[in-house]
Design a protein around this ligand. Structure first.
Ligand code: FAD
Length: 317
């Protein structure tokens, strides 16, 4: 079922969902199942599976470093298929511009269609570690809006290279990313919202936000998005702080602010076990207020370990 149908069927009740990351190449999928199992009692209608783009690794060959391009966490579509069939839940692969040509994207989408995957999250992806700015892959897309356009065309039976099959259309529900504290490269929140509107105009059906730790930012973002003419559901993304290093890491990587009260609480912790508890309590408060405000879904970034998400879900759902 499509995300928008799940939201419609919920009739105003807030749904629970979460995002997982594929295991590192060579690890076992059982690790993922072990983290998903405890969360299934909260009936997630859908689970997102991230995609990581390729990166350079350096292999030591008798003192000389051999530089190789590799994808460290491959398998998104396969994982989506296996979770979908094991748990009878909808799965959402994240589809990236970075690292993929349009043809590769088309093949990936066709695989999803054959597998009965009805939702995809369309994202640009970040710059590679060695790059200062995002460089579009040769033959790939520069912006998520272009990717949305490709998926929308497939929904109309328009494949690449002028192949048109109106009787064999895909029917993907398309999610895109939104940034309550603006995307790091956008010159202003207003410009970023214009870009978000463009993604919706190209065919996106819903938005999932970047993590935020102050609900005021989400509420203001939704108001601004509505004022800009964006009418699709805007799903808040919640990440519980889990280790002390997150105080530096999260603002650095995601360009988001942490409220002083949260910083003080984390700094007062003696160890990461205590930090994890602070993160859980903060996310519970955030989630309760968002649920009270009637958000369609509370979507959690699980980062591979689900004990904290389970504790939050137990308190909120
Ligand atoms: P875009 O919408 O393309 O925007 C990127 C920047 O370009 C913005 O600053 C925007 O304002 C600007 N822009 C957009 N269109 C134009 C235009 N036509 N002209 C000029 N400027 C423009 N990353 C991963 O690698 N894998 C994942 O699985 C993943 N999942 C994510 C899930 C969520 C919910 C979120 C919020 C992010 C996720 N990301 C993921 C991170 C994402 O790839 C990065 O934030 C990336 O830098 C931007 O992606 P986007 O889709 O928002 O890009």
């Amino acid at each position: 079922m499509k995300v928008t149908e799940h939201i419609g069927n919920a009739k105003g009740e807030t749904l629970f969902s979460f995002e997982i990351i594929p295991p590192v190449k060579g690890h076992n999928i059982q690790e993922l199942y072990d983290n998903i199992d405890p969360l299934m009692e909260f009936n997630p209608p859908f689970i997102d599976v991230t995609t990581s783009r390729e990166e350079y690794v350096y292999i030591d060959r008798d003192g000389l470093l051999d530089k190789k391009l590799t994808r460290m966490r491959p398998g998104t579509v396969g994982i989506c298929a296996s979770i979908k069939h094991k748990y009878n839940v909808d799965t959402i692969p994240h589809v990236l511009c970075g690292g993929f040509t349009k043809e590769e994207t088309e093949y990936l989408l066709i695989d999803c269609h054959y597998l009965g995957i009805q939702n995809v999250m369309a994202l640009r992806g970040d710059a590679m570690k060695e790059e200062k700015y995002f460089e579009p892959t040769s033959g790939g897309h520069a912006y998520a809006s272009d990717l949305v356009q490709q998926i929308h065309k497939l929904n109309c039976g328009e494949y690449l290279h002028e192949v048109v099959e109106r009787d064999h259309c895909a029917d993907f529900c398309i999610g895109v990313a939104g940034y309550p504290e603006k995307h790091m490269e956008a010159p202003s929140l207003q410009t970023d919202l214009k870009r978000l509107k463009q993604k919706v105009d190209e065919g996106a059906h819903y938005v999932v936000t970047q993590m935020f730790f102050d609900n005021k930012k989400y509420f203001e973002f939704v108001d601004a998005a509505r004022a800009a003419g964006i009418t699709v559901p805007i799903i808040p993304g919640i990440k519980p702080v889990a280790v002390k290093r997150h105080l530096q890491l999260l603002p650095q990587v995601f360009r988001i602010d942490l409220p002083q009260e949260l910083i003080d609480a984390v700094e007062a912790c003696k160890n990461n076990k205590q930090v994890r508890q602070v993160g859980i309590e903060w996310a519970i408060e955030q989630s309760r207020e968002l649920k009270q405000a009637g958000v369609p879904v509370l979507h959690y970034y699980s980062m591979g370990k689900s004990d904290n998400i389970k504790a939050i879900a137990e308190a909120v759902f």
